[in-house]
Design a protein around this ligand. Structure first.
Ligand SMILES: Nc1ncnc2c1ncn2[C@@H]1O[C@H](COP(=O)(O)OP(=O)(O)OP(=O)(O)O)[C@@H](O)[C@H]1O
Length: 199
């Protein structure tokens, strides 16, 4: 039996290291990261087609109508989503795809994907996560409260995932090794149906 290409859905609390892990997996395994599309304007340094596909709202809505989005949502007034072209052609050519998302997105992807592997990335404990949020957030207590609530919502989703990986402080490479191992194993898992988007 030949190995089947995989879709990995990676999520976890803000600041836990999702982008860092994905960057290393791309370097090591050549996995394709599904680039999201958004209607928000690019921030300084962000490149169209690399960090996001930046679309106007009419363009985004036209693509929704045309069925081009695998998943999309209105996030505080900005439209965000992942187009099918970021997933299907890669699977067709035998390449693995990794999707970075949040807990809301993970819920949607569970309905939209068959055969995907859901990985929750977290830190050593809740206190590390809370401290990280407090350190990088604004002083605005409302925004910190919103971040802490989002953290609890992420953590409550842990049991709905296939794997939980801990990204320990200063030990990024160990988390990357662990995920690379999961990918190698799941590619050959005879019980997992081939990854596909549910139309
Ligand atoms: N194992 C680790 N040890 C120490 N620092 C780390 C580790 N993993 C990531 N970091 C650092 O933590 C910060 C946040 O990482 P990153 O941006 O990858 O997180 P994220 O989950 O993608 O965040 P967000 O969800 O907010 O976009 C970065 O400065 C990164 O270099």
């Amino acid at each position: 039996m030949s190995a089947k290409p995989l879709v990995i859905v990676l999520h976890g609390p803000s600041g836990v290291g999702k982008d860092s892990v994905i960057d290393r997996l791309r370097e090591r395994l050549g996995i394709h990261r599904a680039t999201s599309s958004t209607t928000r304007p690019p921030r300084p340094g962000e490149i169209d087609g690399v960090h996001y596909h930046f679309l106007t709202e009419p363009e985004f809505r036209r693509k929704i109508e045309a069925g081009e989005f695998a998943e999309w949502a209105d996030v505080y007034g900005d439209l965000k989503g992942v187009e099918r072209r970021e997933i299907e052609p890669f699977l067709a050519s035998g390449q693995d795809v990794i999707i970075r998302t949040d807990v809301q997105g993970a819920r949607t992807w569970r309905r939209k994907l068959e055969g995907a592997v859901f990985i929750f990335l977290t830190a050593e404990d809740r206190e590390v996560l809370r401290a990280r949020l407090a350190a990088r957030g604004s002083e605005d207590p409302e925004s910190l409260a919103r971040r802490l609530a989002a953290l609890e919502e992420e953590l409550a989703d842990i049991p709905n995932n296939d794997y939980v990986v801990i990204n320990r402080h200063g030990r990024l490479e160990e988390a990357v090794d662990e995920i690379a191992g999961i990918i190698a194993r799941e590619r050959c898992n005879p019980d997992r149906p081939p990854a596909r988007l549910i139309a």
